[in-house]
Design a binder for this molecule. Sequence first.
Ligand SMILES: NC(=O)c1ccc[n+]([C@@H]2O[C@H](COP(=O)([O-])OP(=O)(O)OC[C@H]3O[C@@H](n4cnc5c(N)ncnc54)[C@H](O)[C@@H]3O)[C@@H](O)[C@H]2O)c1
Length: 398
Amino acid sequence: MEKICVIGLGYIGLPTAALLANKGYDVHGVDVVESTVETINRGEIHIVEPELDTFVQAAVKSEKLKAALTPVEADIFIIAVPTPFHEGYVPNIDYVVSATKAIAPYLKENNIVILESTSPVGTTHKVEEVLKEEGIDTSKVYIAHCPERVLPGQIMRELVENDRIVGGTTPEATQKTVEFYKTFVDGEVLSTDAKTAEMAKLTENSFRDTNIAFANELSILCDKFGIDVWELISLTNRHPRVNVLQPGAGVGGHCIAVDPWFIVHAGGEDAKMIRTAREVNTYKTEWAIEKVKNAALSFEKEHQRKAIVACMGLAFKPNIDDLRESPALYITRQLRADNLDILAVEPNIESFSEFDIVDYNNAVNQADVIVFLVGHKEFSSLEINKNKIVIDFCGIIK
Ligand SMILES: NC(=O)c1ccc[n+]([C@@H]2O[C@H](COP(=O)([O-])OP(=O)(O)OC[C@H]3O[C@@H](n4cnc5c(N)ncnc54)[C@H](O)[C@@H]3O)[C@@H](O)[C@H]2O)c1
């Protein structure tokens, strides 16, 4: 098993392809975006991820990694395409289906097809169904799910070190796929069936979402009761079996804010807590907007002029530039739409089409109301004049 075809060369597919190529596999990467293919074939990268450039450059130079717009015959096919949702939080597996159709003409007996995309329960069996429809005798190929659980910023390390879950549509598919992952993963490679593997990944993200919802609800209650939620959580976490997570301005990113909906959509009325957690986290963002608007209004009443509001951070979590599903960005947009005079601050981004990005020191000096939306490291040592109104949703000014 030496030739690998990776479909989708984004945050997951490209690091995986580059790692495998550096491990000696002959890797053919496929993406539908021409500029992505061209960039990779120059030995360069189109996404921000530490160390990835070194891996891609070495892989392309040694001719172990080539990118193209179409697949080729291979021993193993890895699908790492997006799995977003349609309107109304309905899971969208269209990319998985089209990637499956694209590899069908190149499949041969004994090939392994691995779905790495985070997928609603049943998607791996859907891949099998699509292959059958494309005329493949699926009893002669191995199909499995192996969800990815890497942390952006540490992908190259975690691809090797993390434990992996492999679930095949048959026990033989599981076993063959486990053998493959063991060739490059130092963590444990655990076996199960396809549906359990799919649900395991969704469970991981729903667990995080639910626990953050608990912290977010506490933050709203503490505000009502006049209690400092950060002190409260640090005290309760001194209990040997309690570990409350930290609240924030909501929950963002393209995983935790998205994947629980895959369970809710399929689970309906039975997915009560997971749905409620999503709703609590979304509500926290709306609650935050009201809180800022009220502070700006109080300032205006007292000073007979509009408040300048500094929105500190736009990314979906600290110390990154990723704006996907970001509550901070949503809040900033909403405040501007509601006619507030805002200063948008994001130290990890130089410029942004929607807002002029203001330096964080300047923003703190100019603003009347300073709203901490993301706990970026730059904000923790800011000196803030006592006359300013400070609203801290992320505990950076604890
Ligand atoms: N990024 C993460 O941190 C992370 C972590 C765990 C799991 N995941 C999951 O991995 C999957 C991929 O996520 P990502 O972050 O790599 O997405 P991404 O958007 O960065 O990359 C996906 C790539 O697939 C390409 N593509 C789309 N349709 C294609 C097709 N039919 N054929 C070939 N290429 C196609 C796109 O052009 C894009 O380059 C998703 O299911 C995601 O939920 C992501």
